[in-house]
Design a protein around this ligand. Sequence first.
Ligand SMILES: [Zn+2]
Length: 293
Amino acid sequence: MRIFDPHIHMTSRTTDDYEAMHAAGVRAVVEPSFWLGQPRTSPQSFTDYFDALLGWEPFRAAQYGIAHHCTLALNPKEANDPRCTPVLAELPRYLLKDQVVAVGEIGYDSMTPAEDAALEAQLQLAADHGLPALVHTPHRDKLQGLRRTVQMVRACALDPERVLLDHLNETTVREAKDSGAWLGFSVYPDTKMDEARMVEVLRAYGPEKVLVNSAADWGRSDPLKTAKVGEAMLRSGFGEDDVDLVLWRNPVAFYAQSGRLRLDTPAAGATFEGNSILRGTPGAPDVPAPVGS
Ligand SMILES: [Zn+2]
């Protein structure tokens, strides 16, 4: 089983996860920029984070034979914070970078006017840069949030073919599919979609344009949920080709629209800007040189 996790926040995960993901078949990931769990207090905090998603994180992933790309944006929640919104002016120079395969995640959190403005501006940025958009749909008030998102997507310059509507479930999948966008499902432990519900959605709506992700982050989540969905699909009668479509070819087709996807096994450099994932220098005794030597 070859797996592309199209939405996972590896910054929040350890190298044990990379190792287990590779063993389960994960060979590529996309890491969307997101909220850190506590508020950022300046746009510079975003740019340091973006730099890490473009530098340190692909380096870490490469150590485990996993290709890493990212999507960059002002996230929906922080679109409401005037300390953060100036990052919109920094985004154009970041969207030029080779590893950026979409603008995202953008969308609605609480559906405020500030979120309207940030979503509209960033859909336009995606169109201007020839990039697709990863659009998060709200966790509360899901159907109303989906409808407002679809309205915004219809009004923007981006073709729906270039939009991935994420965090869908049974209540939103029908209207999302009718919009012509790609359909993303985040499979979590306990909440949102689980493997069995995901299989039912695939039965009802088919595997075309469906992407499954773990959305694993700093909260209760599981970076192996993609593989578990693949296994559940096989157990319930889907063929290997359907699994490959959902877990590999669909995410590849969506993000390849950026023209920047590179899926060859990345070369693992020993260090990134002089630092490795090991503590200290391998083989060197962990003892500081005596003072004055
Ligand atoms: Zn996310």
